[in-house]
Design a protein around this ligand. Structure first.
Ligand code: F6P
Length: 561
């Protein structure tokens, strides 16, 4: 057993109970608050967001909050001061303050797997568990050695290319961080292989020099089918070209199962541990980020961790009404449960955050895509919305049309920086103007009368005006929230990720659901294993449903045809 194992097990033994409800003196039961919120929602139906600005001269101040330079403006949501008060009361009534402390204290908050969720430990400046500090030191030193050339391949050449093999949280976080830290990065190039589709592996390695390539096999469980198959392909590829010694010098592993990695031939000093208490989708702060550290260096990786730690402190200490993750959570609850909006859009106006929506999609939908409460009872409230998005301005030319004129409403989280690391100041101003114009257009819309007047001013004849105006009109009154910060540096990236992590946890508390498990994913994994056994055996297809059996038979005929 390693030093970090024993530290953590000792600590866990002290905290082995999942708590139930908290006594909350002076707070109304949730059902009463929900009833008031529903009534408020109904009352606001015919009030337009723009008119809420007219009614409240301090609206921007009252509906925005900041953490350092990072401002959350939610004044373009359809809420008023009463709604805000009720939502905060709801958070208190759900025991958010207590659940938050329970998570930070390392108590079990993942009830079905009987685990703590301690990803915050991974970003502490001086980790309170010695094992975490030791492991951080170990993987950062490894990263620096790869960067400096102290660590070389079997033929004595420096590594120029790193291939990170992993999927889900073992891919999305590293990919996001590598993209976002691009201006701060001067280390070897990073490539990602996540999909089991062999095309991705071959397309990636075909361009690489084996003697200068290092593979990172990133899998918390070290059993994930896609990652294990790609790891096997990489081991074969490297051994064929570099000989049997390749595995010791060209491969490292990141896993909570170091003994399994050892069985695959990985050298013990090249195995970096993560722990059960860090969920896959919360693991970017751990050795899972080693490719980020190789690319951007220790200092930038530490700044990233520091940003996450800042938000931990803010989440723990800021009063709920000024607490950014809590406010984001409450806005989401209002949208989902009162306004009945089933999806929302994440729209970073920052090309380096193009992967942010994918990252948050896993974080939010895998965490809160649940339909029973902590006691296993069917949920009456809707839980995680569908999350989708992409980098602006690209999205304006793909799906934003529907946001402006479609029949249903998908609110938007806009994310934008004030500065760019390039000298292209005008282009940055254009980007910002686009972002603000979108949120404004969604809110104000364009009435049919305004459309008519515009067309008339252009001299169009009346018949044509009447025909075109209804198509031009945009209903408006579509909500959005904007998050603005100074510049996207490693610290701000850390803040952004931790912000959404805590938002998602806060929502799970209000809904009363398990946030840190993902049992739904397991069923698909098991059925894949079953199907794999019968893919080429026609007699087994009889047992399948008619669709699955029919598709297997069709495939066979295509292959034979
Ligand atoms: O999608 C299910 C899941 O378990 C995720 O939670 C995780 O990020 C991903 O698979 C990869 O898991 P592992 O790191 O164990 O290979």
């Amino acid at each position: 057993m390693t030093r970090w194992d024993s530290d953590i097990e000792g600590e866990m033994a002290m905290r082995d109970e999942v708590g139930g409800a908290f006594p909350r003196e002076g707070v109304r039961p949730a059902a009463e608050i929900w009833a008031d919120l529903t009534a408020k929602g109904r009352a606001l139906t015919n009030t337009r967001i723009v008119d809420l600005f007219g009614r409240d001269a301090d609206r921007f101040m009252a509906f925005s909050a900041a953490q350092q330079d990072m401002l959350l403006d939610y004044s373009k949501e359809k809420i008023d001061r009463d709604v805000k008060g009720l939502l905060i009361e709801l958070a208190h009534s759900a025991g958010l303050d207590q659940w938050r402390e329970r998570m930070f204290a390392g108590e079990i908050v993942n009830g079905t797997e009987r685990r703590a969720a301690r990803h915050n430990l991974l970003r502490e400046r001086r980790p309170s568990l010695a094992g975490v500090a030791d492991m951080r030191e170990q993987f950062l030193e490894f990263a620096e050695d790869v960067r400096s050339g102290k660590r070389l391949g079997v033929s004595g050449k420096r590594f120029t290319d790193i291939v990170n093999i992993g999927i889900g949280g073992s891919f999305l976080g590293p990919k996001l961080a590598v993209d976002a830290m691009a201006p701060f990065a001067d280390g070897p190039r990073i490539h990602f292989v996540s999909n089991v589709d062999p095309w991705q592996f071959h397309r990636t390695v075909d361009e690489l020099d084996p003697a200068r390539t290092l593979f990172i096999c990133a899998s918390k469980s070290f059993t994930t089918q896609e990652t294990m198959l790609n790891t096997r392909a990489a081991l074969d590829w490297a051994a064929t070209r570099l000989g049997p010694k390749a595995v010791e010098q060209h491969f490292c592993a990141i896993t909570a199962k170091p003994e399994v990695a050892r069985q695959h031939g990985f050298a013990p000093e090249n195995i970096f541990q993560i722990w059960d208490w860090a969920g896959g989708r919360f693991s970017i702060w751990s050795s899972m980020g080693v490719c980020v550290a190789i690319r951007a260096g220790r200092r930038n990786f530490e700044a990233f961790l520091g940003g996450g730690a800042e938000i931990d402190q803010h989440f723990r200490e800021a009063p709920l009404e000024h607490n950014l993750p809590v406010l984001l959570a409450l806005i989401g609850i209002w949208r989902r449960n009162v306004m009945k909006q089933p999806a929302y859009v994440l729209s970073p106006y920052e090309d380096r955050l193009a992967a942010f929506p994918d990252y948050i999609q896993q974080l939010e939908m895998e965490s809160n895509g649940k339909s029973v409460n902590r006691d296993g009872e069917a949920m009456e409230l809707d839980t995680a919305p569908v999350v989708f998005g992409g980098a602006g301005t690209n999205t304006q030319h793909s799906f934003f049309q529907k946001l402006h004129q479609g029949t249903d409403v998908a609110p938007v989280d806009f994310i934008v920086g004030a500065e760019t690391p390039t000298a292209a100041l005008h282009a940055q101003a254009v980007l910002l103007a686009n972002c603000l114009a979108q949120s404004k257009a969604l809110m104000t819309g364009l009435s049919e009368q305004e459309a008519r007047e515009r067309l008339q001013a252009k001299g169009m004849d009346e018949a044509a005006v009447e025909k075109l105006a209804p198509h031009m009109a945009c209903p408006g009154d579509r909500p959005s929230t904007t998050l603005m910060y100074k510049s996207l540096d490693p610290r701000t990236l850390g803040r952004l990720i931790a912000l959404y992590e805590h938002k998602i946890f806060a929502q799970s508390v209000i809904w009363g659901i398990e946030c840190f498990d993902q049992w739904g994913v397991e069923l698909g994994k098991r059925l894949t294993e079953d199907l794999l056994r019968s893919v080429d055996e026609p007699e087994a297809w009889e047992k399948e449903d008619a669709s699955t059996g029919g598709l297997l038979a069709w495939r066979k005929s295509l292959m034979n045809g």
